[in-house]
Ligand binder design. Sequence first.
Ligand SMILES: *Cc1c(COP(=O)(O)O)cnc(C)c1O
Length: 463
Amino acid sequence: MSRSAHPAGPRHADVLPEGHYSPPPADLNALDPKVWARTVTRDKDGVVTVGGIAVTELAERFGTPAYILDEADFRARARAWRTAFGNDADVFYAGKAFLSRAVVRWLDEEGLNLDVCSGTELATALSAGMPAEKIAFHGNNKSMAEIRRAVEAGVGRIVLDSFQEIVRVAHVAQELGRRQRVQIRVTVGVEAHTHEFIATAHEDQKFGIPLAGGQAAEAVRRALQLDGLELAGIHSHIGSQIFDMSGFEVAAHRVVRLLREIRDEHGIELPEIDLGGGLGIAYTSDDDPREPHEIAKALHEIVSSECEAARLRTPRISVEPGRAIVGPTAFTLYEVGTIKPLEGLRTYVSVDGGMSDNIRTALYDAEYSIALASRVSDAEPMLVRVVGKHCESGDIVVRDAFLPADLAPGDLVAVPATGAYCRSMASNYNHVLRPPVVAVADGEARVIVRRETEEDLLRLDVG
Ligand SMILES: *Cc1c(COP(=O)(O)O)cnc(C)c1O
């Protein structure tokens, strides 16, 4: 029934049946500020601009497809999260949404911390100068080499995900003469989707240690016995693209219950609670995400009232937004290649990228919007399916989209809200070269991740 079991999943199948699409917008040339990066607008000729630069110029200088990232918007969103949560909480940007060295520096400058979940994400963060104590290391199967690297670097926390890992991290820390700060990731039996959540007794998923059956309590017992570990708190992450805060309420309730049991059994109050990420963004005009200050207020209230009821000191809260920071700040710029009307069926518009630069539509049934970017048009709306150039019929960028009927090869189109889980999940399927990420700010554009070249690709193929 659910098609959205993945953490970066789509809308729930029950909410929007397949083939759903909104009616055409009143004005096809309008750019809904909900889905576009903040500095996006149209210039006097009708060309979409971002950071003061026209997409036609960006396409000419950097080629298509390209991810265009609005730096001012990224910084503003990062700052809004930081400000909303204040000094008695920490915001960890989830690097898996999109990680590059420029982004790491912006985050550091804006006072955010960083989540990584592989040794190479860690290496990227360290090479950009992010202080190790501001980094949290995640993952359900960290290798011994990754654990050693993280402990050696002095990461602020390692989030323990299994009984084996408790022993492994303690062993490495002891070997290196360290005491590693850790949290234990628990699964609380809450599966959150866009507009609903399901509370269950058991969590059938690979992440975390279940609260059910006293497993998490046993993990705490073991971690507290090991000299190499400093158990700082409990971690919970319940889903993604969530708009409804009630799933967090149930999760916080269950985590606080564990904190109370820990106090009763061991006489200690753990100082930290991490509620994970997963906050939703607007991919289309139908989505209504919450502002960071509303989320911060809700989460603070939930945790403090639960702790008050359990007679616990309120722990330091942390959150891990990825998509909610970077998602809305970028769009993908494509050039239209072919337009194929199939009589009585539908019209296919092919662009010069596809599932290699945005797998989310194929993988999660994700919904996107799209706009003609290189000009405005007075033509009637035409219902189309926007597809890529890959040898795969599931290679869909936007399942149902309205574009002007005079759309022609050579037009530039832009898909907004592609900042999260697009470049970071990009592939070389069909040996297509991964697009660059171009950051724009104040009339300047610069490549922060360059386009892959044929040489890059052939260098890996050693014959
Ligand atoms: C993926 C993930 C996040 C970020 O999720 P978003 O939907 O991008 O906010 C945060 N924490 C953990 C543990 C994750 O796995």
